[in-house]
Design a protein around this ligand. Structure first.
Ligand code: HSE
Length: 337
């Protein structure tokens, strides 16, 4: 099949075509296997539904990817999670199908997913699989694709998972840090400078499917609510860029999505109120939930916030996982050659 992006030169290396840089295969084409860590992410950052996201240092999936010399995708779930193994229905497989179709030629990938970020947790499980797969595949192909291309492919995984393409988990997972997705048609991703912050995440052990959490949303918003939301999004981005953490805290307010989705999460109002009383800058639902996140200036505060979360879920009698972590500046990381 004729490739419209990469082509092989006489030495067998994939070369970029119609692009600013020509990049030969990583080490001349000898890598056929790679292991990557694919981190969790917090999408929306409260007020920025579908347009803001932050990359976490914990938790993260591990993915192993083997380059094949036939047009085929094989998916394995290493931990017994019931992930769909049909590549077209798998959040790692669907992006790789798009990548292979765009490249052409007889290439394929065998992917083994060690899932540590539970599906339906709200901390970017589907995005981690999609982003991990495309970064690993790109590495094996000699980094022929740009990060924007990788986000474009990985969004096919989000479409499989939630029925809709969105990049607010994918982009921070691939770029690291905090990203703004100004537009997905065409893709316009802005990396936002990140102040030093601690992130506390609690994952009550119930599953909220993103598809369901999107379907319950109202399709129209009042102008007065939209104005408040615009103010908060602008305030949040300005706060990050100016390292004005009090402005960040004031801007972590959502008058459109949270009032609808928070009813799906036991203990939501109490967690939010008491974590702020414990010193958190603010926070709310992570992605489509049920995980909740809080940002803090200091590690000691983030630990105190975690204690509040633990106390609430122990009292409610709902199992949970919690993390105190920091912002991951690297995104998906290659672990071995
Ligand atoms: N922006 C998406 C949503 C993120 O809130 O539905 C899903 O993780």
């Amino acid at each position: 099949m004729q490739s419209n992006i990469g082509s092989k030169d006489s030495a067998g290396s994939f070369l970029k075509r119609d692009r600013e840089v020509v990049t030969p295969l990583g080490d001349g084409g000898h890598n056929t296997y790679v292991k990557v860590s694919a981190p969790g992410t917090v999408a929306n950052l409260v007020c920025g539904f579908d347009i803001l996201g932050l990359c976490l240092n914990e938790p993260h999936d591990i993915m192993e990817v083997q380059l094949l010399d036939e047009k085929k995708i094989i998916i394995h779930s290493a931990d017994g999670y019931p992930l769909p193994l049909d590549p077209a229905q798998n959040t790692a497989g669907a992006p790789l199908i798009e990548m292979i179709n765009e490249l052409g030629g007889n290439i394929g990938f065998e992917v083994t997913i060690h899932k540590k970020i539970k599906p339906g947790s709200g901390i970017g499980s589907s995005a981690a699989s999609a982003a991990g797969a495309v970064v690993a595949a790109n590495y094996l192909l000699g980094n022929v694709f740009s990060k924007t291309d990788l986000v474009r492919f990985a969004m096919f995984g989000e479409k499989v998972a939630s029925g809709v393409k969105h990049a607010d988990n994918i982009a921070p997972c691939i770029y690291g840090g905090i990203t703004l997705i100004r537009s997905i048609h065409p893709l316009d991703i802005v990396v936002i400078p990140v102040p030093e912050l601690y992130v506390t995440v609690v994952h009550p052990q119930i599953e909220v499917r993103t598809k369901d959490a999107r379907q319950i949303l109202r399709k129209e918003v009042l102008l007065k609510d939209a104005i408040k939301q615009w103010g908060n999004i602008a305030g949040l981005v300005a706060g990050f860029m100016k390292n004005d953490l009090d402005l960040v805290g004031r801007s972590l307010e959502d008058v459109i999505i949270e009032p609808v989705r928070s009813i799906l999460i036991p203990g939501f109002d109490e967690v939010k109120r008491r974590c702020k009383e414990a010193g958190a800058l603010g926070g709310g639902i992570s992605g489509s939930g049920p995980s909740l996140f809080m940002l803090s200036k200091k590690e000691a505060t983030a630990i105190q916030v975690e204690n509040v979360m633990k106390e609430i879920y122990e009292r409610i009698g709902l199992a949970y996982h919690s993390y105190v972590t920091t912002i991951n500046m690297e995104g998906v990381k290659v672990l071995t050659d």
